[in-house]
Design a protein around this ligand. Structure first.
Ligand code: EPZ
Length: 430
């Protein structure tokens, strides 16, 4: 079993290059099948989720050529099936983006119902509501979601909740529908804007992405494009918090500082120094962190995908902090693991009440999901002694070369898959 072994206590110092945004990449990959012409996508993160998406696309006949590790050429002119199935696809919820893309292009698609999720129930009712409004019949049978329309017609759709997934999916389904679709109460996340920009680069006519009203005028067809994915807001934020919890000094490079504003603001509030320039942000933490209150919210609020990382930091801060999770109902599972490392956190419903401790101590823990897993790595990096983290496969869904990037900042961390490797690591780092 793959694990990370960490010897904590070293302040992380140096520069780290941030990769392309995983959650933008997943939408963009799906959207790329909507043209029969060739699409070139760069700054593609090489992580498990994007690789599973590429595999799902290949399985229906999409030609994928890897130009280099982060650049793929995609040609979807020979798709032979509109059915996305297989256990491996269930593992990524974003496989449902292929439903919006197939429906938009072929007026029909079938995708295996996305699998269960560690962070909450994650219904897809808003996706279905949007597809139906565009004229599709949608049904769920035998674990598959089917959508089919004789013609797609523009509609005025009001999202009942702010949802990234449904906003992107309905946007894709409507780009070639007849007339002007309006999505109200749309999600404003940077990756929603990136998918819209990508679709526009293929000839779509989408206006207002990044605001809560998106207007999509249907076009006849989409065409070839070359597109570079935006930097990953959450990978960047994770390294910013790595500086905070290890009392380090990290410059995260190749970022869009605007996307990091809510994260920078909280770091400043808890006593870090944050310096922004064109495409980098430096975080310096030289004293004990202090306390604050934070509530996760849709963009531009504090991201739910940074909730475990800030909790790990606040649990080391002086005083009482409150973290409220307002997006997913089950996103505090990792707190039990953090408690094993000495944290003093009480979870009541969707709120964590945190009484900061002076330090963590290393322990054997398990990554319950992607972001919580990354946050536990940060805890291990600041802890006294050794930490062993199981189930790092979750972390690798969304962080490319995580141990290597941390090593370059001075971290003592290794990916291991046997007790012998752990012993070797201990001998090496002392
Ligand atoms: C995206 O998930 C991200 N995933 C998540 O990142 C992220 O946590 C989330 O947005 C919120 O920012 C991808 O982009 C692939 P939502 P998504 O639809 O689109 C409710 C990570 O770690 N809802 O914005 O699935 C839902 O239950 C992952 O990288 C409905 O009620 O999230 C939640 O409470 C984890 N009905 C809220 O909306 C629906 O039809 C927001 O979910 C859809 C969603």
């Amino acid at each position: 079993m793959e694990q990370y072994v960490i010897k904590g206590g070293t302040p992380l110092v140096g520069e780290v290059e941030i990769g392309g945004a995983k959650n933008a990449a997943l939408g963009i990959l799906a959207a790329s099948i909507m043209t029969d012409e060739t699409v070139l996508i760069s700054n593609m993160p090489d992580v498990r989720d994007t690789n599973i998406m590429l595999q799902a696309m290949e399985n229906i006949g999409v030609l994928i050529k890897r130009i280099d590790r982060h650049t793929v050429e995609i040609n979807a002119s020979r798709i032979h099936s509109q059915v996305i199935e297989g256990d491996y696809v269930k593992r990524i919820r974003a496989s449902y983006y292929l439903l919006g893309a197939l429906l938009g292009k072929y007026k029909q698609g079938t995708v295996v119902f996305p699998g269960g999720c560690a962070i909450g129930a994650r219904p897809i009712d808003q996706h279905i509501k949007g597809f139906k409004a565009l004229g599709a019949d949608v049904d769920i049978a035998h674990g598959m979601v089917n959508a089919k329309a004789s013609a797609l017609k523009a509609a005025h759709i009001y999202m009942d909740v702010v949802t990234v997934g449904a906003t992107i999916n309905v946007m894709m389904a409507s780009v070639m529908a007849e007339g002007q679709t309006i999505i109200e109460n749309a999600a404003k996340e940077p990756h929603v804007v990136d998918v819209a920009n990508f679709l526009n680069s293929m000839g779509a006519n989408i206006k207002g992405a990044g605001t809560d009203v998106i207007r999509i005028k249907g076009v006849e067809r989409l065409h070839r494009s070359e597109y570079m994915i935006i930097p990953d807001q959450i990978e960047a934020g994770t390294f910013m918090f790595a500086a905070a919890v290890t009392k380090g000094d990290i410059t995260v490079k190749n970022v869009i500082p605007k996307h990091l504003e809510s994260i920078s603001a909280k770091l400043i509030e808890i006593g870090c120094e944050v310096q922004e320039s064109d495409d980098e942000v430096r975080v310096v933490a030289s004293k004990r962190l202090s306390h604050t209150q934070v509530k996760t919210l849709p963009y531009p609020g504090f991201p739910t995908d940074m909730q475990p990382q800030i909790t790990v930091a606040l649990a080391l801060g002086q005083g009482i902090s409150i973290v409220t999770e307002s997006i997913f109902e089950n996103r505090f599972k990792y707190v039990d693991e953090l408690t094993r490392m000495g944290a003093n956190v009480k979870v009541e419903g969707n709120t964590a009440i945190i009484d900061g401790v002076q330090k963590y101590t290393g322990a054997e823990i398990t990554a319950p999901d992607l972001r919580a897993g990354a946050a536990l790595v940060l805890a291990g990096l600041s802890a006294e002694g050794y930490t062993l983290i199981d189930d790092v496969k979750y972390i690798e869904r969304g962080y490319e070369d995580f141990p290597e990037k941390l090593q370059n900042l001075g971290a003592k961390i290794a990916r291991v898959d046997s007790e012998r490797d752990v012993q070797k690591f201990k001998l090496r780092v002392g």
